[in-house]
Design a protein around this ligand. Sequence first.
Ligand code: GTR
Length: 407
Amino acid sequence: GHFTNGQVAESVYNYDETKVGTYKLPNPLINASGKAIKTRAEWATRRIELLQLFAENVYGKTPKQTVRLRFQTTSVDSSALNGLAIRKLISIKFVDYPKLPSIDVLLYVPKGRKAAPVFLGLNFCGNHCVTTEADLPLSTRWMMSGTGDVSVNNKATEKARGMQERRWPISMILKRGYAVATAYYGDLEPDYPEGWHAGIRSVLGDTTRADNWGAIGAWAWGMSRILDYLQTDPAIDAKRVISIGHSRIGKAALWAGAQDDRFAAVIANESGEGGAALSRRWYGETVERLNISFPHWFCERYKTYNKRVDDLPVDQHELLALVAPRPLYVASADGDQWSDPKGEFLGAAYTTPVYALYGKVGLGTTTFPAVNQPIGQTVRYHDRTGKHDVMNYDWEQYLRFADELVR
Ligand code: GTR
């Protein structure tokens, strides 16, 4: 990112468990007027209230208007990745906003499988960066500067090809019968404070409002537009589209899955603060630090909570609860204390009463597990050893989770 840890005062992050202190979380099953929620019907109303509270105070309001899309398939390779997959490139164009960049989708479908379930996740550095296939065009969009000339003057170079291939074990996923759909998150909005001028937020929303959507909202919205496309593709089982994302894109995957219940399941890999981690738990990154480092990610009003997170009308376990009764996977890494593994775990654990309304066991425990020990039922969690990253270990768990709960 643009900012490295330690640039601002220490008070905005904490790595000392003894300093976490006490906090009182809002109860997902007590509504804004203090009424206890006891039935699924009451939850349906409470759910709308929570979505609104997250929109007004955290992510900003997602514009509701229907945007006319045109799906243009620009390339089909019927024998990609050594014959494992059909590879399609689809540009999602905005009919009414011809100057906006398209969302350029890279889709791999396992060959010989009808109506494949699919993992849908945005990527950090262009489709060319999730695979080494040489014929895939380099994204021409604004790219963050990186080490080793992977971008020059904010444009991708050939050196970026395959750069995040390890995070996307596409062949392994295809062999398990799943399709993979991805697009560059910068197609929706380049990730820097003024980036919105070049993205969807330049034409939708209202920048004068304290609850105008932020970049995370734009990325989440883009995931739903890709889902719109997937619903039209007979090679895909549109009832089995899994929203997945890592880190900031994991925050977006959660917000997408919370708002759009066409997503069959949600996976948040090390989504951290503003994602799966509890905001009131003062550990790792804080709301204040997040808003200082990334002023464009959330709505303006979120900043007013920088020094008073206890006043937030919601906390992140309630975001996770919005996924119920659908399967949810929250994952951490023990080398990624910035994301607050324990705060992510507790976020997942505190969805339990909402899953129970549907007769489902969520995580089924409030005891933090040992490393590399996946736990849970409809809600699952693991704390992998190692760094802030997406590893095969993570994917192995996600594939098993999908095999058991999404197919
Ligand atoms: C960090 C940020 C985290 C997380 C991460 C990422 O700098 O503080 O909240 O989003 O970036 O996206 O890799």
